[in-house]
Design a protein around this ligand. Structure first.
Ligand code: PGA
Length: 253
């Protein structure tokens, strides 16, 4: 079964409400005809409601960049799954390397968040990826396999089938350095093998695995045409409508 691709924009801590609305409006006009794959944008929490109103009824879905694993309560500064659902959010990016490294999120925290997102009906975009040091030490495969295993710990096959994985080598994020399409494809294949041993062959071959890390309008065609790359999680280039629209309208080979 062919996996449907997902092209997702992670806006990170960029764009105020007016700018976010303008970007969403421009994007709608540039990707109107796209039907063969899914599109998602993840603005900041502050902009979610306004962007939700703009993209309602279009081919663009809404994602959040994070959420808390508890339902409600004394968690100052946090946002729950129900809150996101109440304004039309469908996806939630979890375990992004910036959350892991800057905000101290552990595999255990990310696992709790993935479980909560699934329980509530949000689609988790579960991020994994190695640092440059880990890659140079030949540990990239072990790191991503370990993150995958811990992030999905205690999650049944039926539940885990609702997850999207995003492989984002940390050394490629925001640096202009991209994994070669061959390297990315081969790591995706390794992740698929781990998923096979955790669950089943069918599960592994159905899992959507996105690539992220300096994907842009120039390298997207090569990356997105690779067998094991099922889409992209795009930061910098998602903030510029022409670039992001070009990635979404990538040329199929
Ligand atoms: P980048 O970010 O495209 O700017 O490298 C990707 C990400 O962090 O999701």
């Amino acid at each position: 079964m062919a996996r449907r691709k997902l092209i997702a924009g992670n806006w990170k801590m960029n764009k105020n409400v007016d700018e976010a609305k303008a970007l969403a409006k421009e994007l709608i006009n540039n990707v109107k005809g796209v039907e063969t794959h899914d599109i998602m944008i993840a603005p900041t929490f502050v902009c979610l409601s306004e962007v939700a109103n703009i993209i309602k009824g279009t081919n663009i879905s809404l994602g959040a960049q994070n959420m808390h694993f508890e339902d409600s309560g004394a968690y100052t500064g946090e946002v729950s799954a129900d809150m996101l659902l109440s304004i039309g959010v469908e996806y939630v990016i979890l375990g992004h390397s910036e959350r892991r490294t800057i905000f101290g999120e552990t595999d255990e925290i990310i696992n709790k968040k993935i479980k909560k997102a699934i329980e509530k009906g949000l689609i988790p975009v579960f991020c994994i990826g190695e640092t440059l040091e880990e890659r140079e030490a030949g540990k990239a495969d072990d790191v991503v396999n370990n993150q995958t295993t811990k992030g999905l710990a205690g999650i049944s096959e039926a539940d885990a089938s609702k997850v999207v994985i995003a492989y984002e080598p940390i050394w490629a994020i925001g640096t202009g350095k991209t994994a070669t399409p061959e390297d990315a494809d081969s790591i995706h294949n390794i992740i698929r093998n781990t998923l096979k041993s955790l669950y089943s062959d069918a599960f592994a071959s159905n899992m959507k695995i996105l690539y992220g890390g300096s994907m842009n309008e120039n390298n997207a065609d090569e990356l997105l045409n690779k067998e094991n790359i099922d889409g992209g999680l795009i930061g910098g280039a998602a903030l510029v409508v022409d670039k992001f629209a070009r990635i979404i309208n990538y040329v199929k080979k």
